[in-house]
Write a protein that binds this ligand. Structure first.
Ligand SMILES: [Zn+2]
Length: 341
């Protein structure tokens, strides 16, 4: 089959012909029909998620089951499925308790620790395939599996967004952030979108942001947030960038009892005054991807058209490097999408 192979981390993926995957016991093979592409993949390709190369990347996937291994009865040939990103044990206290992204026996990521779907076919454990509901396209299902479900978990379980909340999204115009705007609005919040380009902020506005702040023109984000909230701050701040500098701004923008949640993976630390933290009862936390249940819920909500995939660029999977270039140049608006025909 044809596949985009990363020979070593840090180098571009190249089109190769590799052997067709054979499913072992408990595994199945998906013919890939659509894939999503975002910044996380570039970080993976640079080696920052570990794993070994050569590797076929790609974890935001939708397609059809074409083959199942021995003992598999939970999937049928021809079934439309999306791919769950994390390789978890399914047995530890976190997996059993509905917090499987904290799995004690974490096996890594699809597309990093075993081959993913920037190829015609992908072979994974059956637990990593979830049915796509009727009415949801392969492309929308693919984008649900990281760019949208990450927000579902973040807004509901970690930031605990309510209709009376003001929420700051740092990096709101990125591939995950733009879907975060939609999810935060769905939970009824007033959304303040911050990003570094007018194009990205215009997109955030299109998808429901109430106010926007261009951090390039207005580097004092905290002051701008305070002005917009009568000096009170926001009830929640979500940081899609994840640098110490951005998360510090998220934390400093909070109101009393506000929640700062980091979703992005960046560099650097923040500084916190414990006395002020005690007096304000602010909460600092992370939000790690989503559970399978949350992915199922996300796809159901998307099938009803309440949250829509925001795709800024579509290419054939053999041209994925074009999308990576757009991400590097910060010209990609929303998610990238791959076709396989
Ligand atoms: Zn586990």
């Amino acid at each position: 089959m044809k596949a985009m192979v990363v020979r070593e981390w840090g180098s571009p993926s190249i089109l190769e012909v590799v052997s067709h995957p054979k499913p072992g016991p408990g595994e199945a093979v998906l013919k890939v029909k659509a894939a999503g592409v975002g910044l996380t993949l570039l970080n993976m390709r640079n080696g920052s998620f570990g794993g070994s190369a050569p590797r076929i990347m790609g974890h935001e996937l939708g397609g059809d089951i074409v083959e199942v291994g021995a003992g598999v009865s939970s999937l049928s040939i021809g079934q439309r499925c999306a791919v769950y990103f994390y390789l978890t044990c399914g047995r530890c206290r976190w997996c059993c308790g509905g917090r499987e992204t904290l799995c004690e026996n974490f096996g890594g990521f699809v597309g990093v620790h075993r081959d993913g779907g920037f190829a015609e076919y992908v072979c994974l454990p059956v637990e990593n395939f979830l049915p796509i509901p009727d009415g949801l396209s392969y492309e929308a299902a693919a984008i649900a599996t990281d760019a949208v479900n990450t927000n579902w978990h973040c807004m509901r379980e970690r930031a605990k967004i309510n209709p009376h909340d003001s929420v700051l999204l740092i990096g709101a115009g990125g591939g995950v952030g733009i879907h975060g705007v939609q999810v935060a609005k769905l939970f009824g919040a007033r959304v303040i979108a911050a990003d570094v380009s007018d194009e990205k902020l215009a997109l955030a506005k299109t998808w429901g942001a109430d106010e926007t702040i261009n951090v390039k023109n207005n580097p004092n984000l905290v002051e701008a947030v305070m002005q917009m909230t009568q000096g009170k701050g926001v009830n929640a701040a979500i940081d899609y960038v994840g640098h110490g500098s951005t998360f510090q701004m998220a934390y400093d923008s909070l109101s009393i009892s506000g929640r700062a949640v980091v979703v992005g993976v960046g560099k650097g630390d923040i500084s916190i005054n414990p006395r002020k933290l005690m007096l304000s009862e602010k909460i600092i936390t992370g939000s790690r991807h989503s559970t399978r249940t949350e992915l199922i819920e996300t796809m159901e909500v998307m099938a009803r058209g309440i949250i829509k995939p925001v795709v800024g660029m579509t290419r054939h999977f053999s041209e994925i490097e074009n999308i990576f270039d757009a991400i590097k140049n910060e010209t990609l608006l929303g998610r990238g999408s791959l076709t396989y025909e």
